[in-house]
Structures are given as structure tokens and as C-alpha cells.
Write a protein of this length. Structure first.
Length: 184
């Protein structure tokens, strides 16, 4: 008998909480409450680590979680960076580069799923995501560490784009070929 994981589990609940924390962080940034915003952002990052650990360790992976977890991550990152740009903390091109990258990943993801492929995250992508979150965290401290937070954001952007290039080079063919045709 095959075991079915319920969508109502701890990892998915943590991902949903992360989605709900996005407007809280944005509101705090808008009110220039950067330290409380940073604390909420870091709590959200912690839930990301925790939900993945619990899902893998206790076999609580679900199809919903496969989509909800990265959605929550991307929503938080893009929302915070967009709010930073609106407030003049970072230049808009950072948001544009990240948004284009995420759009490309979304399109590729849809094509991969349509063709029956699954592509797990890789170490380089995880490093890039960590660097992006660390650089975003530094942005909350812009008043204290300017201009160094910008350097962190630019370096993380290079890693994010490099991860996209690496991902594309490795998986672009799968976007256009059905999984069952790959071995032929």
C-alpha cells in the first residue's frame, strides 16, 4: 500500500506562514522599522530551512510543498527587493534582473513539468539563494553599513545569474523534449 502525504503538514504550514510574513515585512520596511523587519525576514528564512529539513527527514514531501516552498521564497525575495528599490535603498535594476531570472525559471519549470521532467535544486542554486538572502538581510541595515550592503547585493546577483546560466546549460534540452524521449 502506497503512503500518501497530507498537504496539511508542518512543512507546508511553515511555507504558508512564510507567505503570510511577506506583507508584514513589507509593512515594516514601509514604516522604516528596519530592525523589526529584519527579525521577521530572518524568522521567515529560518522557516525555510526548517520546512525543508522536516519534509526530508520525516518523509513529509508533498506536491503542494514542491510549489509552495519556492513560491514563498521568491515572493519574499522579490517583494523585499522591490520595496527596497521603491524606498531608494537599492537600484531598480537589481529587481529587474531578479524578476527576469525568476520569470525565466518559471517558464522553464512549466516546460519541464509539461514534458514530464523534474529537476531538483542543486548546490550552486542553494548557495546563490543563501547569498541572496544574506545580502537582502544586509539591506535592512543599509543605514549602518552603506555602501557595503550594496556590494553584497551585487555579488549575490552575480551568483544568482550564474546559477541560472548553469541551470539552463544543464537542463535547457529537457524543456523541449518529453521525458520518455530523452533516452532514445
Amino acid at each position: 500500500m502506497e503512503k500518501r502525504n497530507s498537504n496539511l503538514n508542518i512543512p507546508n504550514t511553515l511555507s504558508a506562514i512564510r507567505v503570510l510574513l511577506v506583507p508584514v515585512v513589507i509593512w515594516l520596511i514601509a514604516k522604516d522599522r528596519m530592525i523589526p523587519a529584519l527579525i521577521v525576514f530572518l524568522a521567515a528564512c529560518f522557516t525555510d530551512i526548517l520546512d525543508g529539513y522536516i519534509a526530508r527527514t520525516y518523509d513529509m514531501k508533498t506536491r503542494l510543498g514542491n510549489y509552495l516552498d519556492p513560491f514563498a521564497d521568491k515572493l519574499m525575495a522579490v517583494s523585499v527587493l522591490l520595496t527596497f528599490a521603491i524606498r531608494g535603498i537599492i537600484p531598480f535594476f537589481v529587481v529587474i534582473v531578479l524578476a527576469v531570472k525568476e520569470l525565466m525559471m518559471l517558464i522553464a519549470g512549466v516546460l519541464l513539468i509539461k514534458n514530464g521532467h523534474t529537476v531538483p535544486s542543486n548546490t550552486f542554486g542553494k548557495i546563490a539563494a543563501f547569498m541572496l538572502n544574506a545580502s537582502i538581510a544586509s539591506g535592512f541595515l543599509y543605514q549602518y553599513i552603506a555602501p557595503y550592503y550594496l556590494y553584497a547585493i551585487y555579488v549575490s546577483l552575480v551568483f544568482v545569474v550564474a546559477a541560472l546560466v548553469q541551470y539552463a546549460a544543464k537542463h535547457i534540452k529537457k524543456c523541449f523534449v518529453k521525458a520518455e524521449d530523452m533516452d532514445l
